[in-house]
Unconditional design. Structure first.
Length: 315
């Protein structure tokens, strides 16, 4: 049987799993992945969702709802592709077989995420022969403003400096750890409107639980073995966190949520009494509330992972 954290029906939410699950690279090696992902999480879901699910016709029609999802998935497809390329450098400099195997599986996970986000854009009506031009049109400005500076930092650490520990911490805390709560929000808000998209987010979230928890375990072990590296790693985390404060991330997320809100109001009857979290109907939420909730999840996850690694001082 698939491990709980990788089981489609039994895995916790991304936010809960990232703060409660403990996985080591020795356990989450290549053999684990072969059982947990193709034979578990994704069994019967080659495109990231139940093939019986199709995109509702109203999601394919011009309007703010379609615009919001196209912008989000275009951005995330590029983010996942950049992660795929950057993480390959961690495979090359992994210090042992377990970490090599784990990061090799993460490279494949991230490439799959990029693929399913791109493919869902096709399901939303984007012509395949115009896909890359469309991605640039939907999200190019945000990619250049947010993802390119993050990629530059990551490549300096992982490719140019060949800094394995620094790369692990950067991906686990600063980059993936900060982006993950927005993915959790995405799954919840799209569920009543585009169930296929919600399942894509669910599958990616299950993978991210593994990426964040194993990454934290690797960083913890490295620092226990080399405590003299702590100050250097703390400085890297603080520099990464500072970068988030100067990038226009909040503007980007809020802009998408405003678009989503306009579409939500148009299709409120479809959403009905669906609760985005216990006791709160999606139709009653605001862009600011949803954005603030994702930011709170991000802060809680970051604090939890840093405490586990022993880097609380970074906060």
């Amino acid at each position: 049987m698939t491990s709980v954290e990788a089981d489609w029906d039994r895995a916790p939410s991304l936010v809960d799993g990232a703060m409660s699950v403990e996985l080591t690279p020795r356990r989450a090696n290549l053999r684990y992945w072969l059982q947990a992902v193709p034979q578990g999480t994704l069994l019967g879901r080659p495109d990231g969702h139940d093939p019986a699910l199709s995109v509702p016709e109203f999601m394919r029609e011009p309007g703010p709802l379609r615009d919001a999802l196209r912008a989000e998935y275009a951005f995330r497809s590029v983010a996942e592709e950049k992660a795929t390329r950057a993480l390959s450098y961690l495979v090359a400099i992994a210090p042992d077989t377990d970490t090599l195997e784990f990061y090799a599986t993460q490279v494949l996970d991230e490439a799959r995420h990029a693929m399913v986000f791109r493919n869902h854009l096709l399901s939303l009506g984007v012509p395949e022969d115009n896909l890359w031009q469309a991605i640039e049109a939907f999200a190019g400005a945000d990619v250049h403003a947010v993802l390119d500076p993050l990629e530059e930092l990551g490549l300096k650490v992982m490719r140019d400096d060949a800094d394995f520990l620094g790369g692990v911490v950067l991906m686990t805390i600063v980059i993936e750890g900060a982006l993950a709560p927005a993915a959790e929000l995405s799954e919840r808000k799209w569920r009543p409107l585009d169930p296929a998209a919600a399942e894509i987010d669910r599958g990616a979230g299950i993978d991210e639980i593994r990426h964040l928890t194993v990454g934290a375990a690797i960083a913890k072990q490295c620092l226990e073995e080399r405590p003299g590296e702590k100050d250097r790693v703390l400085d890297l985390i603080r520099r990464g966190m500072h970068l988030w404060t100067v990038l226009p991330v909040q503007d980007l997320v809020l802009r998408r949520e405003v678009l989503f809100q306009r579409g939500l109001e148009q299709h409120a009857a479809v959403v009905g009494d669906y609760e985005i979290w216990p006791g709160r109907r999606l139709v009653d939420t605001t862009p600011e509330e949803r954005t603030a909730t994702a930011e709170r999840w991000s802060a809680e996850m970051k604090a939890s992972r840093l405490a586990y690694i022993g880097l609380e001082e970074a906060l």
